[in-house]
Ligand binder design. Structure first.
Ligand code: ADP
Ligand code: MG
Length: 624
């Protein structure tokens, strides 16, 4: 039961078609919409626009979402969930290393299945938890706007994989929302600034996002309304909370109490005080607060901006290291970045702004409130989807190539990376063996030439192909990628209409950095990969030729002389020996040419014989 009920009795509920944008954050979430061409965050009457992503489950069954759940973080830590976003689309395996970070109970069933959170005797999936936050946002917006809110755009980090995106989409559905689009947070931030909305506009942009507990940097190449992620880097356990912790330690030092000997209430008070001090120091040079202690002492706690900067320095250095890495991955220098956008509450800190400016050699954009910019951009995207912005172009692209495995373990790309989505593309394949009636179709995602280096998404079989000679069946494999990056693969043998289809179930258990690495590995290994592919292709071609030659020898032995048969067998054996010994592609091609040159006249002879016989038997007119 959500705490805020929709009060529709007081006002008329308009059936207006509003599409809103939602920033479903790790620390804070917001909902925004367009008002007279301007994106605006929606606050319920008398409330802040920011809804902390906190969920408290009271023993009574009541569910409290947002700011009111904050005091319960320390009073009932085992019943108060924070950072649910970190668990989206994750298996216990994925989060195992971080369990000390969570003070609520994460269920350990020791498998690769998805994580659940245990509160009392009930289990909640991250999808359900996120749905509760979304419901709260929906309720607030409905209460404020006096209209039903159903259609939404939700943002996710650029590094979110299919599983995490699908989980976010599911959370929306569970909250009674119709998720029109999942958009990358950096894309939304750029949109909020109006970057990338004009045709023929080309920009290279860096989005630096320092939130409460996470840091991401994304380099976007925006061309003609297409947002391409060139590189992403970051640290999923680095953010404003770390600065609060460092400041808390400083305060504990001033109190002359060791943090591990502090009572829970004092600890919580200090933590809140540390965050307050940090925020205060954004606009002031000094902070002071007198704290009444349980022993009757009055302790004056102090901090100034220089101290805060010193505490923040190692953390900010780490973010800049990530920026350096992202630039290297995108093969760009700071000078090639045309725009730097600051996102996340922690980028309000003057020290962060200065360091980022110094690193990129340009003043970063931060005139839009960095806590709100992502939600505002989501509202812009929502407005575009609503068809209100005919002047704007906005197309999404798929970050990784999608394809199937072909002979020799090679990746055959059907939808190349950076294709605009939604998109549907198909390719034709055939069988390798005579009478082959089944075909295994394995779907992969990634930039490497060998499927073994890519990410396997799904596998299915096309059965019941009528027996035909190798190469005759025409199997069309069609990939349909929808606007959220969900893939549907179908296979159809065109002569017989035998068909099979599969919806790609996102594969769970892939870490963020793995996805990121996959994006980059393609570039790094491009040259070596192409060599490997050409080699494997030559080997496959050779195997196919050997197969055909041996079948020819079996079927048409009588058409050849003994010497001819021996010659041909010798060439076949030589080629097989080369394949087996892993000979290079030049030697393979030479041996294939030799076999081909030798056997072509034989094949011709066999064909002429067959023709002659046909003419004798059936009369010339019937031979085509
Ligand atoms: P997320 O995207 O991770 O949900 P936000 O972008 O809302 O998080 O950032 C939350 C963080 O921003 C918190 O650590 C908060 O303390 C910090 N923050 C908010 N305002 C300020 C400020 N004025 N100065 C410094 N940090 C701030
Ligand atoms: Mg955020």
């Amino acid at each position: 039961m959500a705490r805020i009920a929709i009060d529709i009795s007081g006002g008329d509920l308009k059936q207006e078609n509003v599409i809103v944008g939602i920033d479903l954050g790790t620390t804070n979430s917001l909902i925004a919409r367009m008002v007279d061409g301007q994106a605006q965050c929606i606050a319920d009457h008398g409330k802040e626009v920011i809804v902390p992503s906190l969920i408290h489950f009271a023993p009574s069954g009541e569910v409290i979402v947002g700011e009111e759940a904050r005091p319960l973080l320390t009073r009932q830590p085992e019943r108060t969930v924070y950072s649910a976003k970190r668990l989206m689309g994750k298996s216990y395996h994925d989060v195992q290393a971080h369990t000390p970070y969570f003070s609520y109970r994460i269920l350990d069933d020791g498998t690769d299945s998805l994580v659940k959170v245990q509160i009392g005797g009930r289990y909640y999936s991250p999808v359900e938890l996120s749905a509760l936050i979304l419901k709260e946002l929906k309720a607030r917006a409905e209460h404020r706007l006096k209209t039903e809110v159903r259609q939404v755009v939700i943002t996710v980090p650029a590094y979110f994989n299919d599983a995490q995106r699908q989980a976010t989409r599911d959370a929306g559905k569970l909250a009674g929302l119709d998720v029109l689009r999942i958009v990358n947070e950096p894309t939304a931030a750029a949109l909020a600034y109006g970057i990338g909305t004009q045709a023929q506009e080309s920009r290279t942009v860096t989005v630096y996002d320092l939130g409460g507990g996470t840091f991401d940097v994304t380099i976007l190449q925006i061309t003609d309304g297409i947002f391409e992620v060139l590189a992403t880097h970051g640290d999923t356990y680095l953010g404003g909370d770390d600065i609060d912790r460092a400041l808390l330690q400083e305060f504990a030092r001033q109190l002359v109490v060791a943090p591990d000997q502090m009572e829970a209430t004092l600890m919580q008070n200090l933590r809140l005080l540390a965050e307050e001090a940090k925020k205060h120091l954004t606009n002031h040079e000094t902070f002071a607060h007198t704290l009444p202690m349980s022993d009757g002492r009055q302790v004056r706690l102090q901090a100034d901006r220089t101290l805060l900067n010193t505490l923040a320095q190692p953390l900010v250095d780490r973010t800049l290291e990530s920026c350096r890495q992202a630039l290297a991955d995108a093969q760009l220098t700071p000078a090639q970045i045309e725009e730097v956008i600051l996102v996340g509450g922690s980028t309000r800190m003057p020290y962060v702004q200065q360091q980022v400016a110094a690193f990129f050699g340009r003043t970063p954009k931060c005139d839009i409130n960095p806590d709100e910019v992502v939600a505002l951009g989501a509202a812009v995207q929502a407005d575009i989807l609503a068809g209100n912005r005919k002047d704007l172009l906005l197309l999404d692209v798929t970050p990784l190539s999608l394809g199937v495995e072909t002979a020799g373990g090679l990746m055959d790309v059907i939808i190349p990376r950076n294709s605009k989505i939604p998109t549907a593309l198909a390719k034709q394949y055939t069988t390798q063996r005579d009478g082959q009636t089944g075909m295994r179709i394995t779907v992969y995602q990634g930039e490497r030439e060998l499927v073994a280096e890519n990410r396997k998404l799904a596998e299915f079989e096309l059965k019941g192909i009528p027996a035909m000679p190798a190469g005759l069946p025409k199997v069309e494999i069609r990939f349909l990628l929808d606007a959220d990056g969900i893939l549907r693969v179908s296979a159809r043998e065109l002569r017989s209409e035998v068909a099979a289809e599969i919806e790609v179930k996102p594969q769970y258990g892939l870490t963020d950095s793995e996805v990121e690495q996959m994006l980059l590995a393609g570039f790094t290994h491009a040259k070596a990969d192409v060599e490997t592919r050409l080699h494997i292709e030559a080997q496959e071609e050779a195997r196919q030729l050997i197969y055909q030659a041996e079948r020819f020898l079996e079927k048409h032995a009588s058409a050849l002389t003994e010497t001819e048969r021996a010659q041909m067998q010798a060439e076949v054996d030589k080629l097989r020996q080369l394949v087996d010994s892993g000979a290079d592609k030049q030697s393979l091609h030479a041996a294939m040419d030799a076999l081909d040159t030798l056997s072509r006249p034989f094949a011709q002879r066999v064909m002429e014989d067959a023709l002659r016989q046909a003419m004798v038997g059936k009369g010339v007119g019937e031979v085509e």
